[in-house]
Design a binder for this molecule. Sequence first.
Ligand code: F6P
Length: 518
Amino acid sequence: MTLTQAAERLRGATLAELSADSVRAGRLRLRVGPVYADFCRQRIDGPGLDVLLALAEAVGLDRMRQALAEGDVLNSTEARPALHHVVRAAAEDVPGSVRDAQTQAVEAVARVQDWVRRLLDEGLGDAHPVRDVVNVGIGGSDLGPRLLDEAIADPAGSPRLHFVSSVDAHRAAGLMARLDPATTLVVLVSKSFGTEETLLNGRLFVDWLAATLGDAAMRRRVFAVTANVEAAQRFGVDPERCLPIWEWVGGRYSLWSAVGFSFALTHGMANFRHLLEGARAMDRHFFEAPLDRNLPVLRGLVEHWNRVAFDYRARCVVPYDVRLMHLPAYLQQLEMESNGKSVRRDGVPVEQPTAPIVWGGVGTDAQHAFFQALHQGTQVVPVEFIGVIQPAHAHDAHHRVLLANLLAQSAALAHGHEVRDGDDDDALAAHKRHEGNRPSTVILLDALTPESLGALIAMYEHSVFVEACLVGINPFDQFGVELGKRIARQFLPALASDEAAATLDPVTQALIREIRSR
Ligand code: F6P
């Protein structure tokens, strides 16, 4: 049976009927440490799962998983392995082929720890404590630390963490207007140290520190996290304050490395280490558990099923926990930058659709914004609900309402409702009708801790890898973001000169005329 045939069998089936099958449920529910996932409200059954597992076997998922573990050059277009999992591994977890990388990662975490201790104990070396930390970076150099910052509480009295990512200078200007340079530390996070936004924003902060405090004090307040130490040093960063990241860790997979420095400094080294521990536990599960009892694999198979067999073009991520407000944006980069590709590893066009549009918002706010379309719109969008069982506050009544809403939304999407109030006529009843049969997944964390968050993020990373393997693409490069950057460099002079603008296409010329006329 092909994937399409397996899906066709289920077009008429309701999620209510499917959910009554307890054997099926046993295959679609899984707990790994603090992460529990329930895929029972997906439009899939046992034979569908078998077809997906056969596909996993046919594409050599087991072999690919081993190749990832052993550090094979899976990022073939950039001739690199992908070793983000090694960064959080212990020596006994890894094979000899990646032992050297694991040692470097341990040394890097030790350097992070050493700086965190020095900066918190001794301050900035001129009698000033660190009160504010500005993380300057974009994409993977921003979204990970930003997600962690909001999700994990900081110990009392810790420095505050701020983020500057876009080249839009409103953020940087606002921060410089209110922060005290004497007590501010700036971390320039850029694997390449060539990202225009980060260099421009970094220059603003470096100049601000130098102008207000002088060069020597500025140099004590600027750190870089980069694989391009020479460029960071040319920029003016003290070599001792350059923390490493490596070509073999992709930007969107990098929060486990020194990219987590600003988080460790403001939220505690212990929290950072626990985050790595949580991810490490999920790694062990992913690399060791059989494919049919493997959470990242199961999720990857279900996602593939939704995208390929049912052609669902989007997926909505809705955490019911404000602390996870940045998860949708984080997953957008992780999934869309990894798998938003049109060719396979060998350069041949893919035969199936790839990454869906990933978007979302926080529950219950999202219910009052876009859930109308999820329930009654013409496009079916599978939803991924993420809930946290134990809150970190004492307001149990609120938390019960929050969880009740999560459960209600998933049930309402699945079962729909024929609403006819009192004397409603047919037309009004039609407006109120919820057709149901809209798939969703529920993921529950026991509590939101560094461990559970580490495990959750690692689960997503591996799941994205599984999806890439099923379609045969390389999830570790991102050539699609380069073209726009190149064109922006070409367009820059046109904003100032008629002559340069004259070489551009007519639409751009008209827009530039409008911009320059104001
Ligand atoms: O947006 C493209 C990208 O290359 C991402 O993959 C990366 O996370 C981001 O830019 C930032 O890159 P860097 O860390 O090199 O500044």
